[in-house]
Design a protein around this ligand. Structure first.
Ligand SMILES: [Zn+2]
Length: 258
């Protein structure tokens, strides 16, 4: 399996092997640099692709799902303007979804968190700050981010969130260690809509619908207008194709709260 541990082991063995061989024949220093470069490239790509399960195992797609079910997920809320519109649409189409909330937004919109829960959706942890440099945080800082957000949400809904989605979907050794401590389950996705990238509604929708299969997890953001428009089309598509949108905990049959 291509993961951080195996790549490290493989690179180390290769390195030692090359060192031993180099005592018999001369090996260019560039060969060593090339090995390190390959390690670095694979590790960077693996860290940015949650679906690789490179640093830790995430719930990205339920391949054993035998019902026409998908999980729509929203990151970066709750948002005073867009989350209510999204909740209205979900209600109209009898769809359930999962909202990965940012702690600092929860602090400003506690009522929306209550509403999300009251309407049968799931909330998950998406860090406190969603800082641009989150990926450079050490283990302790990641733990603080997760625990602060958990405590905030627990003060509103009386439940401890057990699901975590790392900001930007980036994973690294610090997050792995933090999660070992907090015991959260990592939720990824297998359909990235790229709704935050400047693109038109149709392209975003096509990227999702062409990849829909039972067990899919779709990544959207309840922090912008275009997602609301795409969601309406997506819910219509799901209805026409007899798909049901469920929460991630239902899709994977796991507990959303500890
Ligand atoms: Zn995010």
């Amino acid at each position: 399996m291509l993961n951080f541990k195996n790549i490290n082991r493989f690179t180390l063995v290769l390195f030692i092997g090359l060192l031993i061989i180099s005592t018999f024949i001369s090996i260019s220093v560039f060969v060593f640099i090339l090995v390190l470069l390959c390690w670095l490239i694979v590790t960077i790509i693996g860290s940015f692709n949650i679906t690789w399960n490179y640093h830790l195992n995430a719930y990205n797609f339920n391949k054993t799902c035998n019902k026409k079910q998908v999980a729509i997920t929203f990151d970066d809320g709750p948002n005073a303007e867009f989350t209510p519109q999204i909740l209205d649409l979900l209600r109209a189409y009898h769809a359930k979804a999962t909202f990965f909330c940012i702690g600092k937004n929860v602090k400003q919109q506690p009522k929306l968190v209550q509403q999300i829960i009251a309407e049968g959706h799931t909330v998950g942890n998406h860090s406190y700050s969603h800082s641009k440099i989150f990926d450079f945080y050490g283990k302790q800082k990641v733990i603080t981010e997760i625990e602060t957000t958990n405590a905030l949400v627990a003060s509103i809904i009386n439940k401890e969130m057990a699901l975590f989605r790392p900001p930007y979907g980036v994973t690294n050794p610090a997050i792995t260690k933090a999660i070992k401590h907090t015991k959260h389950k990592i939720i990824g996705w297998n359909i990235r809509s790229l709704d935050t990238v400047k693109d038109n509604e149709q392209n975003i929708l096509n990227r999702i619908t062409k990849n829909i299969t039972p067990g899919a997890v779709i990544l959207l953001h309840d922090s912008q207008n275009i997602t609301v428009r795409v969601l309406e089309q997506l819910l219509l598509f799901l209805q026409e194709n007899n798909y049901q949108s469920v929460t991630v905990d239902t899709l994977f049959n796991i507990e959303a709260y500890a």
